[in-house]
Design a protein around this ligand. Structure first.
Ligand code: IPD
Ligand code: CA
Ligand code: CA
Length: 254
C-alpha cells in the first residue's frame, strides 16, 4: 500500500502541475477567502478513483467530498491540494497529502510537493523519509533558537480563537514564524528538521493526518494545544522536535 500511495501522490502532483499551466476556474467555499480550484477537484477525482479501483472495500475521507467514508478496517484521508490559496495565486508552495488509517490508527502518511519534487513518507514503525533519505527532527531546545510555522484558518475574520493572540505572543520570542500556507508541508518540514515546531487551530483530518505520522516517525512530538493527546478530530495541533514541546505549549497558553 505504501508504493501505491507514493505513486498516487506523485501522479496527483502531476495533475496539479498540469493544471497550473492553464487558466483556472476558482470558486469560493465556506467564505469568500476559502477557495477551491478545478485542480483540487481534478486531483481528488484522480486519487479517489484510483483508491476505489484498487481497494473497493476501503473508505475514503477527502476534502472535496468525492470519497465515501464507509465502515471497515481502512480509511484513506485525502487532501488533493493543500495550499489552495497559494496555488490559485501561483505561489509555489502546495502539495498532495494522503494518509491511511487502519482501525483508527494512522499507519501510512505521504505528502508530495511537486514543485520541489520532494516526496515525504512515513510508515508506522519504519521511520520517516524524504525522497528515500531518512528524516530526523532538529535538536533545537529553546524557543529563542527556533524557527516555527503556523497558519490561520479561513474563518479567522469571524471567530475569536483565530490564532492572532498566540501568534503575537510567540513571534517576539523566536527566530521566526513562517506562514507557508500548507499545513501538510509545515508538518513534513518539522519531520525534516527544517522547522523546529508548528501549531495551528481548526484544521481537518486530511490536513494533519500524514504530518502526524511523519513527525512522530522522525522522532518528534505531537499534541493538541492543551498538551492532550492529538486525535484526528482534534481542533488544534502542536508538532515539535520534542525538546521544544513544553516551552511552546506554555508560550501558546500565555
Ligand atoms: C489550508 C492550508 C493552510 C492552512 C489552512 C488550510 P487548503 O488547506 O493547510 O496552511 O492554514 O487553514 O485549510 O485549504 O489549502 O487545503
Ligand atoms: Ca488542506
Ligand atoms: Ca485542500
Amino acid at each position: 500500500m505504501k508504493d501505491f500511495a507514493v505513486e498516487l501522490a506523485k501522479e496527483a502532483g502531476q495533475v496539479l502541475m498540469d493544471h497550473l499551466k492553464r487558466r483556472l476556474a476558482v470558486k469560493s467555499k465556506s467564505s469568500e477567502i476559502d477557495l477551491v480550484t478545478e485542480a483540487d477537484v481534478a486531483s481528488e477525482k484522480f486519487i479517489v478513483e484510483a483508491i476505489h479501483d484498487r481497494y473497493p472495500e476501503h473508505g475514503i475521507l477527502s476534502e472535496e467530498g468525492l470519497g465515501q467514508e464507509q465502515a471497515g478496517e481502512f480509511l484513506w484521508l485525502v487532501d488533493p491540494l493543500d495550499g489552495t490559496t497559494n496555488y490559485a495565486h501561483g505561489y509555489p508552495v502546495f502539495c498532495v497529502s494522503i494518509a491511511l488509517q487502519r482501525e483508527g490508527e494512522i499507519v501510512l502518511g505521504v505528502t508530495y510537493d511537486p514543485v520541489q519534487d520532494e516526496l515525504f513518507h512515513a510508515e508506522k514503525g519504519q521511520g520517516a523519509y524524504c525522497n528515500g533519505r531518512r528524516l530526523s527532527v532538529s535538536g533545537v531546545a529553546s524557543l529563542r533558537r527556533s524557527l516555527l510555522a503556523t497558519g490561520f484558518f479561513y474563518t479567522r475574520a469571524f471567530i475569536e480563537d483565530n490564532n492572532l493572540a498566540e501568534f503575537g505572543r510567540i513571534m517576539p520570542r523566536v527566530q521566526g514564524v513562517r506562514r507557508g500556507g500548507s499545513a501538510a508541508l509545515d508538518t513534513a518540514y518539522v519531520a525534516a528538521g527544517r522547522l523546529d515546531g508548528y501549531w495551528e487551530f481548526h484544521l481537518s483530518p486530511w490536513d494533519w493526518a500524514a504530518g502526524d505520522l511523519l513527525v512522530r516517525q522522525a522522532g518528534g512530538r505531537i499534541s493538541d494545544v492543551s498538551g492532550q493527546r492529538w486525535r484526528l478530530r482534534s481542533n488544534s495541533m502542536v508538532a515539535t522536535n520534542g525538546p521544544l514541546h513544553g516551552e511552546l505549549l506554555a508560550a501558546l497558553k500565555g
